[in-house]
Write a protein that binds this ligand. Structure first.
Ligand SMILES: Cc1cc2nc3c(=O)[nH]c(=O)nc-3n(C[C@H](O)[C@H](O)[C@H](O)COP(=O)(O)OP(=O)(O)OC[C@H]3O[C@@H](n4cnc5c(N)ncnc54)[C@H](O)[C@@H]3O)c2cc1C
Length: 441
């Protein structure tokens, strides 16, 4: 009977354990995890920071659920895999033998290289321990500076504002999340942040974080300004946790390279989730995601393959429903291009595929804070972004994901005065009817 070992207790690791257990009821299943809080919702940390949900609500599973899966939990860090002897070495020196191994070690914040980043009061947001640390500091802090981009930087800004901390937000360029949002969307978000009392600083780079008695006292910008603060948060993107794979001679690029069966270059070893770089059939490239849904799907595929059910992972169009400055925002498919000066690579709740936009024309409609932007390709919708009103979210998601031929409405969509919502609604209703009809025996 094969011995299964999973490194990482996030959604990829847990989904893999569930799949293995479905196929192999009696197998020995061990899970190694170095997060003292185990399995919980990382996207939920934003709501924990603002105080909208208590800690208990972060946990999708309780101890009993884990017991039902028959997982033997090992708290600790895996530091090396001996791929020849098929053994994992833990930091405390113990060895765990495996026949099939999954590496699902996730990602962590890209380290800040700003001088002074080692001072007490410089924070990041990767895990529950970090969120609690931010909350502890926020209790005493009067002023904070947040540096970076993407969803996590904004979540920290909003968490701090909700806790009554006066917050400065530094952007290196002239707008927020410039390679995913367009100018109008960025302006909507920035306007709302300003209304909430956030002090935005455009074209601002940090020269140094300075301190007093080992604690943050303020930041100096490259253009010579000095801002006093008690807390500095840095969210400049993430890095897959590759150390273990690199040390063990497993092939990596930006993430651990896997084929469509989630197999790495080492026999019997699989990878899934934020740490894996997976093949994307839509773009023909091998990409990174930092999204809960894909992490679970990849974990499931890995678990199936590990337990003998050959199952390819078919990457779907990446999408995320998130909240930016209190506005629900859905991002689907490819919506942007280029580099964002506030981020090194991708951020949390992000996908590399969102910014691989080939030639496409944007059709857009907006009213106040409700906005719909469609990226119209030659025959299909390549992506979409919905802000505020989410009525069309599911319809648009299906049209993008299923690469539905929109030739019949393409010219209408591109008319600048087009009632986009109406055109899409009517088209979707018709497509759905034909689609369901075509699927009936
Ligand atoms: C603040 C924040 C906001 C987010 N917002 C969104 C969002 O809006 N939408 C969305 O879809 N996604 C969001 N995400 C991303 C989402 O949470 C991740 O994509 C998902 O958790 C990835 O799952 P994973 O299992 O690959 O890795 P993780 O959830 O990171 O889990 C990895 C696990 O491996 C453990 N580990 C790592 N190395 C070792 C080792 N050597 N030994 C033992 N254990 C190890 C870690 O402790 C951790 O438990 C957000 C994440 C954060 C932190």
């Amino acid at each position: 009977m094969p011995r299964y070992v999973i490194i990482g207790g996030g959604p990829a690791g847990i989904a893999a354990a569930e799949a293995i257990r479905r196929n192999d009821l009696g197998a020995e299943l061990r899970l190694v995890c170095d997060d003292p809080d185990g399995y919980y919702s990382r996207p939920g940390l934003a709501y924990f920071l603002t105080g909208e949900i208590p800690e208990e609500m972060l946990y999708p599973f309780n101890e009993q659920d884990l017991r039902k899966l028959g997982i033997y939990m090992l708290r600790g860090r895996a530091i090396r895999v001996d791929t020849a002897a098929r053994r994992v070495e833990l930091q405390d020196g113990s060895l765990v033998a495996y026949d099939r191994l999954l590496i699902a070690t996730g990602a962590q914040a890209a380290p800040s290289k700003i001088p002074g980043s080692d001072l007490e009061g410089v924070v990041k947001l990767d895990c529950l321990v970090d969120a609690k640390h931010i909350l502890k500091l926020a209790r005493k802090a009067r002023y904070a500076v947040v540096i970076g981009g993407g969803i996590t930087a904004l979540e920290i800004v909003e968490g701090l504002r909700a806790r009554g901390v006066k917050t400065h937000y530094f952007l290196r360029g002239d707008r927020y999340w410039s390679n995913v949002l367009d100018e109008t969307e960025a302006k909507i978000i920035e306007h709302r942040l300003k209304e909430e009392g956030v002090i935005l600083h455009y074209n601002t780079e940090t020269e140094e974080i300075f301190g007093k008695n080992g604690r943050v006292a303020g930041v100096r910008t490259k253009d010579g300004r000095q801002i006093s603060c008690d807390l500095v948060a840095v969210a400049i993107g993430i890095r897959p946790r590759l150390e273990l794979a690199v040390r063990s001679g497993i092939e990596t690029d930006r993430g651990i390279l896997v084929n469509e069966y989630m197999e790495t270059s080492a026999p019997g070893i699989y990878a899934a989730g934020d740490v894996a770089q997976v093949y994307d059939p839509f773009t023909g490239k091998s990409v990174l995601d930092s999204l809960w849904g894909p992490a679970r799907e990849q974990g499931t595929a890995a678990g199936m393959n590990m337990s003998g059910k050959r199952t390819p992972y078919l990457k779907e169009v990446a999408f995320n429903v998130t909240r930016l400055a209190n506005l629900t925002t859905t991002i689907i498919g490819t919506v942007g291009q280029g580099n964002d000066p506030d981020l090194l690579g991708i951020a949390r709740g992000d996908s590399e595929t969102w910014r691989q936009l080939p030639d496409a024309i944007a059709a857009q409609a907006n009213f106040d804070v409700n906005r719909l932007r469609l990226l119209v390709g030659s025959k299909t919708l390549l992506g979409a972004l919905l802000m505020g009103d989410q009525t069309l979210s599911q319809a648009v998601q299906q049209l993008v994901a299923k690469r539905v031929d929109i030739t019949s409405i393409r010219d209408q969509l591109l008319d600048p005065k087009a009632p986009l919502a109406e055109i899409i609604t009517n088209f979707y209703i018709e497509w759905k009817r034909d689609h369901v009809h075509a699927q009936q025996p």
